[in-house]
Design a protein around this ligand. Structure first.
Ligand SMILES: C[S@@+](CC[C@H](N)C(=O)[O-])C[C@H]1O[C@@H](n2cnc3c(N)ncnc32)[C@H](O)[C@@H]1O
Length: 302
């Protein structure tokens, strides 16, 4: 049986593969691999230079955010202390999966009387929003680098007044639906830190995530306050909805539509209903274009 390396892959990956092959004594036809390394026309990023540049840029950003006063990375014992950090007792709004933090920064500009925090795992993305906030002298915005799954470790009950979830990965596979940021498993976490009546805003270009979230709202008896299926196709869109994020401008889904939901968590979000929700998810067709599905499956596998 032969395995053929048909795609361009980086020289370092080729070396790893050849190394493993040698170690396990598999026969190999090296000419396939030599062609891969030597072809002068191989695209730059497959030759590894692009990855090196990206790596250096990331390292530079990681070093810089470590010095930014408005970025906290996996901080310990901050629950209940955010008002001290901001130096006031203004209400706190979170942007979850903030990426480059366009909402955290945009909302901070629109509402100087409130505080905003962007949360994301990726320091090199947070760097963009944090630097912008520093350059613009915005004191009412900060960034928290951490896993959203651990959100209850970082905030006391009632410490957060609103949550924005901006273009999160829709996690299209049914088996990953628990990872959707509007899945009840996440809503139960948000409920622990949100003040009474606190809003959750979802902005997405994924019809699947939009429909899923509406189903969650319906099944768990949540309070829906706004439901828009074409944000930019309407007249008189609210200022807050005009803020555009990086992923919003990519329109990876090809839906040419932006969806928006605003809702409130009321009562207990019963875990006993989660299995029925999963059955519903399994029977739902995926509406995303194949390109969007591929993009997200690849991202989920990384
Ligand atoms: C599709 S991007 C959207 C980024 C940004 N909101 C935008 O619209 O451009 C999703 C972001 O969610 C972050 N993310 C995904 N799962 C996360 C988790 N469990 N905890 C923290 N961040 C997460 C990723 O790092 C990524 O930056």
């Amino acid at each position: 049986m032969y395995f053929h390396l048909k795609k361009w892959i980086s020289p370092s990956l080729i070396l790893t593969i050849t190394d493993s092959i040698k170690r396990f004594n598999f026969p190999i036809r090296y000419h396939h691999i030599r062609i891969g390394i030597n072809m002068p026309t191989a695209p730059r990023h497959y030759r590894g230079e692009h990855h090196q540049e990206m790596g250096q840029k990331k390292l530079k950003r990681f070093a810089e955010i470590a010095t930014f006063p408005n970025v906290l990375q996996y901080p310990k014992d901050m629950a209940g202390k955010w008002h001290e950090h901001f130096g006031n007792d203004h209400p706190i709004t979170l942007e979850l999966a903030c990426g480059k933090g366009e909402y955290a920064v945009g909302l901070a500009r629109l509402h100087p009387e409130r505080n905003f925090m962007g949360l994301d795992l990726k320091g090199n993305r947070i760097w963009v929003g944090a630097r912008q906030a520093l350059e613009n002298g915005l004191q009412n915005v900060a960034f928290l680098r951490t896993q959203i799954d651990k959100i209850t470790d970082y905030f006391r009950p009632g410490e957060v007044s609103e949550i924005w979830i901006t273009f999160p990965d829709p996690q299209l596979r049914a088996s990953r639906s628990k990872k959707r940021l509007t899945h009840p498993a996440f809503l139960r976490r948000y409920q622990q830190i949100l003040g009474t009546g606190g809003y959750i805003h979802l902005k997405t270009d994924s019809p699947d995530l939009y429909i899923f979230t509406k189903e969650v709202i319906r099944r768990y008896g949540l309070d829906i306050l706004s439901d828009i299926d074409d944000v930019h196709g309407r007249e008189n869109t609210e200022e807050v909805l005009k803020i555009r994020t990086h992923y919003e401008s990519l329109d990876i889904s090809g839906s040419h539509r932006i969806y928006y939901l605003r809702f409130r968590l009321i009562g207990e979000i019963l875990s006993g209903l989660d299995q029925e929700l999963l059955e519903w998810v399994k029977n739902e067709p995926i509406r995303a274009t194949p390109q969007w599905q591929r993009h997200h499956e690849e991202a989920a596998d990384q």
